[in-house]
Design a protein around this ligand. Structure first.
Ligand code: SF4
Length: 503
């Protein structure tokens, strides 16, 4: 069967999409012909200069706002129509969209166009946004998709393709939602891959040509997380914590290094150090590979997200460095022990300092992520975050402050326990939420973000990504969005006027 895999904006444009490469491999392994459409990257490259900023992630609301998206499509009509024609032109029977929160609205608009021009095509939606069955059902009922896969697509998508090709009913494929005789049919709990070692290597062959040779290639050695931070939905989206052996992930990197001649790898795991024994085994394989000589190919580097844990001592980190680890990113989030405890992050601030220091001393680029205005964060707590920056100024290569400050998602412990965290449920919004007392709102969080940004600059610590600077300098624009959301149109208008008069 011919299958098209489509990724719509907005998504990361700096590296090829891992999920598409994995699904391509699964589908090809079952005899399908697969076409990759990385429309996210295509439209980013072709769009007018004033829209490039939308891909920086500083204005995520843009991608959820139907009128903004329709305007974008109108202004890029030729490019959009060409995308639709290219997808239909493959003659694919199955057109599959990977739907994350931010790719959802655009995927819906594109699938509408495909359905209008080629109603005989079967459209499938899958991806994390579809794991929530209520959302999946509304996509289905609105006619945006013929099938929605409500869990991991590794097993369900190739099974669905096989069943449709043989003319059989899809009822035997777990995890599907579809309509029959006007009623939704759910085929039961989706099947998740239990043994990640059994996964095929991701197939980037149809994607890689669009990227330069230094691009980071995503790999994934685990799914899920062993932690339960209250603001995170990782454990809701990915059942259990599953991981590959150190040898299996090494084989994948060896394969990609040999086949694609790519040498930068980034682990898309929630954390790469949940199991130190496995990570150590991976490093042993890498060290052996490096010692055998890489036969003229560029040396491999890799990195990813990690949690603070005492086993991450200087000796172990030096071993990782020798095995090619070039960066580690730690989710510190706050310098206040009280707030870290409230987040249920399971580490001590002193341990975080030690690990950050040792990481840097091992020669690994050290990055720390921070968020602002976690419910309950006081000025004193925020001062602790600033002190943490000062204390670690010599060890941090970069900090990554969250540009939405602190999100409250419905599918997290935080989102399900608003009262416990004194969050007002009225007019609830993931980014623009308020506490009941009003002492923690978007403006307060922006203030703390800005203070943090300035402090990092004064300490000579790089702030990433680079567009954090334009985010801060465009404060007025973000405030206009905030006041529009609050339906305080008078203040929004006043800010618009001010923005125009300021030039
Ligand atoms: S924030 Fe990170 S460590 Fe915490 S649960 Fe989520 S993925 Fe795991």
């Amino acid at each position: 069967m011919k299958v098209s895999l489509v990724l719509c904006p907005f998504w990361n444009v700096t590296e090829p999409p891992l999920s598409m490469a994995i699904l391509t491999s699964h589908l090809k392994g079952r005899g399908n012909t697969v076409y990759n459409f990385n429309l996210n990257l295509d439209l980013y490259r072709e769009c007018r200069p004033e829209y490039k900023n939308a891909w920086t992630g500083t204005d995520v609301q843009f991608w959820f706002d139907e009128s903004s998206l329709k305007e974008f499509i109108d202004r890029h009509k030729d490019a959009f129509d060409a995308c639709v024609s290219k997808v239909i032109g493959t003659g694919s029977d199955l057109i599959c969209f990977t739907v994350y929160g931010m790719t959802g609205p655009f995927s819906v608009l594109l699938s509408e166009q495909i359905k209008q021009r080629a109603p005989e095509k079967t459209v499938v939606f899958g991806g994390p946004e579809c794991f929530d069955r209520t959302k999946a059902l509304s996509l289905l009922k609105a006619g945006h998709a013929d099938y929605v896969i409500t869990g991991e697509g590794d097993i369900a998508l190739p099974d669905l393709a096989a069943l449709l090709e043989s003319g059989e009913k899809p009822d035997s494929c777990p995890g599907l939602l579809f309509m029959r005789d006007g009623e939704p049919v759910y085929t039961g709990e989706p099947e998740a891959v239990s043994d990640l070692d059994s996964l095929p290597f991701p197939d980037y062959s149809g994607l890689i040509a669009s990227y330069d040779p230094d691009t980071s290639i995503p790999v994934q050695s685990s799914r899920g997380c062993t932690n339960r931070c209250v603001y995170c939905n990782e454990t809701v989206l990915w059942p259990g914590y599953r991981y590959m052996s150190g040898e299996r992930i090494f084989r994948e990197i060896e394969h990609l290094h040999g086949r694609l001649l790519m040498n930068n790898f980034v682990f898309h795991d929630s954390l790469i150090n949940a199991d130190i024994r496995r990570l150590s085994e991976f490093c042993d394989h890498m060290l052996d590979y490096i010692s055998r000589g890489i036969r003229g190919r560029r040396p491999i580097s890799w990195g990813g997200s990690a949690i603070i844990r005492p086993e991450f001592d200087l000796q172990f980190l030096k071993k990782m460095r020798s095995a090619g680890c070039s960066f580690l990113s730690y989710g510190i989030e706050s310098g206040s022990q009280r707030i870290v405890n409230r987040m249920k992050k399971n580490f001590s601030i002193d341990a975080a300092h030690d690990v950050i220091r040792d990481t840097r001393e091992a020669g690994i680029r050290t990055i720390a992520n921070f968020m602002f205005g976690f419910p309950g964060e006081t000025e004193d707590d925020f001062s602790e975050t600033i002190k943490f920056l000062e204390r670690n100024r010599g060890y941090l290569d970069a900090v990554a402050p969250m540009m939405t400050f602190c999100e409250v998602h419905a599918d997290t412990y935080l989102g399900n326990n608003l009262r416990e965290f004194d969050i007002s449920g009225e007019d609830m919004h993931e980014v623009f939420w308020n506490t009941k007392t009003g002492d923690n709102d978007y403006i307060k969080r922006f203030d703390r973000f800005e203070s943090f940004y300035n402090k990092a600059g004064s300490l000579g610590i790089k702030v990433i990504p680079d567009f954090a600077e334009s985010f801060v300098s465009n404060r007025i624009f973000h405030m206009i969005r905030y006041y529009k959301h609050k339906k305080d149109y008078e203040t929004a208008l006043e800010l618009c006027r001010k923005s125009i008069s300021d030039g």
